[in-house]
Design a protein around this ligand. Sequence first.
Ligand code: HEC
Length: 136
Amino acid sequence: MFSNINARIRTFSLVGLGAAALLNGTLVLAADCAPAQVEKGSQVFAGECGVCHSVNAGETLMGPSLHGVVGRPSGSLAGFSFSQAMKTKAVNWQAETIEQFISQPQAFVPGTYMPYMGLASAPDRQAVGCYLSKQG
Ligand code: HEC
């Protein structure tokens, strides 16, 4: 009986998700997060971000750990000294907002300490967004 209800709830939320995705056009993005995309994101991350960020929990390099960054409010990770700009931005990081941020960090968070000029390739930004959404 309970599993029946759960199955129904699942069906409803799946339908809801599909409709929402179609409405705002993110269906393609979601489909892009295939394993190959995540693998590509891991490579782009290693080349572009890995010098300053780890995806291991609690591992601080020049930048904060990005373990579990998706779903976390910006500038909130305990133990890291964020810029006031990053704390004030208070965006709840999602793959899409990370993609916007890494496109032009100073434009998305004016005054950020992140010394990175930006990643020009949209497919590379998307791949990194996918990869980070799978880290914790
Ligand atoms: C040269 C070092 C450096 C590089 C390269 C770099 N970052 Fe950062 N990153 C930082 C620093 C420092 C901060 C803290 C910024 C602040 O407090 O304003 C940061 C912050 C962030 C945050 C916000 C984290 C939070 O908890 O709010 C995200 C997301 C992020 N970086 C993603 C990336 C991605 C993805 C890349 C590669 C495309 C990248 N960064 C490249 C140094 C770097």
